[in-house]
Design a protein around this ligand. Sequence first.
Ligand code: SF4
Length: 702
Amino acid sequence: MTEPPPPTDTHCPYCALQCGMCLRRVAAAGPDAPGVAVEERPGFPVNLGALCGKGSNAADTLAGSVRLTTPLVRDRRTDPLRPATWEEALDRAARGLAQAARRHGREAAGVFGGGGLTNEKAYLLGKFARVVLRTPHIDYNGRFCMSSAAAAQRAAFGVDRGLPFPLADVARTGCLVLVGANPADTMPPALRHLRELREAGGTLIVVDPRRTRTAELADLHLRPAPGTDLALALGLLHLVIARGRVDEDFVARRTTGFAHARAAAMAHWPERVEALTGIPVGQMRRAVDLFCDAPTAMVLTARGGEQHSKGVDTVGAWINLCLATGRAGRPGSGYGCLTGQGNGQGGREHGQKADQLPGYRSLTDPAARAHVAAVWGVDPADLPGPGRSAYELLAGLGTPGGVRALLLMGSNPVVSAPDAPRITERLRALDHLVVCDVVRSETAELADVVLPSAQWAEETGTMTNLEGRVVLRRAAVPPPAGVRTDLDALHGLAARLGHPDGFPTTAREVFAELRRASAGGAADYAGITYERIEQEDGVFWPCPGEDHPGTPRLFLDRFATPDGRARFADVSHRPAAEEPDDAYPLLLTTGRVLAQYQSGAQTRRSPALNRAAPGPFVELHPRLAARLGVTDGDRLTVTSRRGTATAPARVTDAIRPDTVFMPFHWSGEGSANNLTNPALDPVSHMPEFKVCAVRVTKADTA
Ligand code: SF4
């Protein structure tokens, strides 16, 4: 009798925690059932074996019944998709991309990537756009994730890494402020660090309009009106200054620009901030006492604080608070961002972003262009410049001067983009759409060519988690017949478009090239090897050489700015792009639920997760419900200036009376993104997912 193979150590396919897990081969329960079972991996330091329901049920994504197992093509726009061979599908995909460029110029071809792609895929996709298509237009859905935090970090510290310290440092801080973050639902294993913080006597402040499960754990819950976090951060800094709690020595030694930040904060006196945010002055004073009295303190933001048309300024204001109180660049203190998608971090480091080359290099820096061009064997002058950001790229699809043929990999903008009906219309207007995905997503349904992708448990590749820790996902099972890796697909497309070389099909080969391309950049992977990752349970970048230990904590001696000092942001409050009025008197905010993930393309196909969270809902306060004559379960229509969404009511005092909440994991009539406002932050180009004006009616009276 042959021994069963040992379990494979790997990582969850979902969020930015990248929890370690083991996959054990099992006899499949049926022809379509997954041949692996998820088990604990207690030795991985980030989650110590703990998994949330999404991770525990991750094997469901491997079932043959829920996924694509053959390429699909459409003969005419009005025809249904039909099965095709890989040869036919790749031929058609390449022909469509080439044709758009021939007819309308190189910029008519575009690429849209995903924050769940491995570093190797993200890197090769960026190279494909810039070397094969020679288009500037590549961006990815990570732009909708933490781009505002990234831009604010870069401005303040000179480099952006979700957390500039290991997640375990959270347990060692004296006061943790979570801004628009709900890890109890989004990344439950992280709560272990919160529990340790509380056991060690630390305090937790949660800033969130909703009383989330995370807020229920807090010593102090501040509930600002959606869109007013920036005013709150300014008001808290005002109190810090007024009460003489500025760390003058730290400010003098390690920062620049405090005079402007001080002046802006002094214009946001507590009563003014109370009027803007709805938070009583007494609660603000208590927050400042908890924050300043603690020996160490941290602020962590997530999408609630970032997905705004002033997201960069909002994060900048929270960083200002950390800098003024000396809570940065010291163990146990600092600012960080709880990134969302599995590889939102690595996905932007290596070339999917419209303005960056691998290693966090700027596309407009001649030295950076020369370095990457040398690795790619092309003339730097042939590399295109920066392209359009994610929403701008999508909103321009099929328009004169816009992208006419799009290669889309690992993203589902029909569900996840703001003002989703408009983006769906734009996708339909394309001359040619190629989608690489694991499942037949809502976006794949619109494609001319669909290429079925191998997924997390079927292929090897690296991911970079929210700590900047590069981890290795290992293949545990082969992909089903008919499915190929995205690296294979890119190789096939590149070859058909005149580049038979330079697009390797093994992740190890791609990673070796990525290391060279990133060498010397801010996100330097030169010293990271698969062998080291395996031995060390992940390696933190920057890691410039194989004898370098990696860098778990950034900024301890200096910040990554030219003079080594952190820079205060010069920011003032401004209202949300859309405020309530007579026609749309309420605020809408959106977010996630425990059992679903992002656009739901994977988790909605898991029977267990679907039972736990079967559909959308509208959360509203009992006072608002009474005013509208609504009881729990009534169907409501929510209307914004862009569209409508219909879903059952969930009446709860966990939400403010002036605000309604909808999760965004579903498509169709219950899609929260039918409503959301695509107003963009002027720096990060992040859409304002987190606040817009709406009215609510019972569905039968809408
Ligand atoms: Fe997966 Fe995130 Fe859940 Fe961990 S917290 S198991 S990485 S979804």
